[in-house]
Design a protein around this ligand. Structure first.
Ligand code: TRP
Length: 330
């Protein structure tokens, strides 16, 4: 397919948390990998979004590099994908201002992530309220049509579509309505047994940065079927978070044995966890080796990000000029 005919895909990578966890890898990262051959892909490290809630400056700096390195290590090909940092293309924030003037305040206040974070942090910055308009600007500035996101981001995507419609209706057809592409991936439960792995609750996660020992230790402490108290108690795999993770890593034949063995108490939780640990450690090994290499030579990553800016800025400037002109700011 020629580059021109490809649909443009855009997605934002949050530099929050110290490392991606295997849940991110199996859903968000694999979602990007699946599109890099067929779409014109832009990946954007969204540092201006990351500062909408309390954060530490040094850790933000480290995470921007870290998340870029982890996507590259996981198989994102810098020859096929454009990767850059949001604040290096200031046109995003300028477009956010222009588009923000079209949207009524209650629309922002109704969004679930705003309400949740406001409750979680006890207050909300103006940046947190404005978050979705910056996200809309990220997407619309490249006239992207396909946007891979997690389920929690669907209301933001709907908001971005509304912004596009509002602009088109007011100032003439300009933006395509971006389509969400839900990151399929498996549901990866937290090792605490409560909910999914989440970057904000590090305790229950297995991270791309965890060495084999850490992975084994974390798994050893993981919650299993709560009804299986003693080794001789039969277990129920469907109640066990460790089993759910097994389904993503373990070949079917072994999985069948584990299912049987758990229900008949022929194998214990420790043995079951060893098998899973081996699978995860083997799966992550090449990614971790590449990750270490990139972090030891950050200049390689910075160079890729600089190339990304060189590609993105002219595109962003073109859309911004078009919008300014249509809005009478020229
Ligand atoms: N809000 C997104 C998240 O938390 C990150 C993001 C920022 C994004 N801008 C975007 C995602 C544009 C898709 C498109 O995951």
């Amino acid at each position: 397919m020629s580059v021109k005919m490809r649909k443009r895909m855009f997605t934002g990578l949050q530099p929050s948390g110290e490392s991606l966890h295997i849940g991110n890898y199996l859903s968000a990262v694999k979602g990007v990998l699946a599109l890099q051959d067929t779409h014109d892909c832009i990946l954007c490290v969204v540092d201006y979004h990351a500062i909408t809630v309390p954060y530490e400056t040094e850790s933000l700096r480290r995470r921007k590099l870290g998340i870029a390195a982890e996507y590259l290590a996981a198989g994102v090909d810098s020859n096929r994908v454009t990767m850059m940092v949001q604040s290096d293309v200031p046109e995003h924030t300028e477009l956010a201002w222009l588009l923000g003037c079209l949207m009524p305040v209650p629309k922002f206040e109704q969004l679930p992530t705003y309400k949740d974070k406001k409750t979680r942090y006890g207050s909300a910055s103006f940046g947190l309220l404005a978050y979705p308009i910056l996200m809309a600007a990220d997407i619309l500035i490249y006239k992207a049509e396909t946007v891979p996101v997690g389920k929690d981001q669907l209301p933001h995507l709907e908001f971005a579509r509304e912004v596009a419609r509002k602009f088109n209706n007011t100032f003439g057809q300009t933006f395509p309505e971006p389509q969400a592409r839900l990151n399929e991936g498996a549901y990866i439960p937290s090792l605490t047994g409560k909910g999914a792995m989440a970057k904000s609750i590090a305790k229950g996660n297995i991270n791309l940065s965890d060495d084999p020992d850490t992975i084994r230790k974390k798994l050893a402490q993981a919650v299993t079927d709560p009804a299986r108290i003693r080794r001789r108690d039969p277990g129920e795999p469907t109640r066990c978070p460790v089993y759910t993770i097994h389904t993503c890593y373990t070949p079917q034949a072994t999985l069948d044995e584990i299912t049987q063995g758990c229900r008949s108490a022929a194998i214990g939780c420790l043995e079951c966890k060893h098998i899973l640990a081996d699978g995860i450690v083997a799966d992550l090994a090449p990614i971790q080796a590449r990750r270490e290499e990139l972090l030891a030579h950050p200049e390689e990553v910075y160079e890729i990000l600089a190339q990304g800016v060189a590609i993105c800025r002219p595109l962003a400037q073109e859309t911004l000029n078009e919008v300014r002109q249509k809005m009478g700011i020229d």
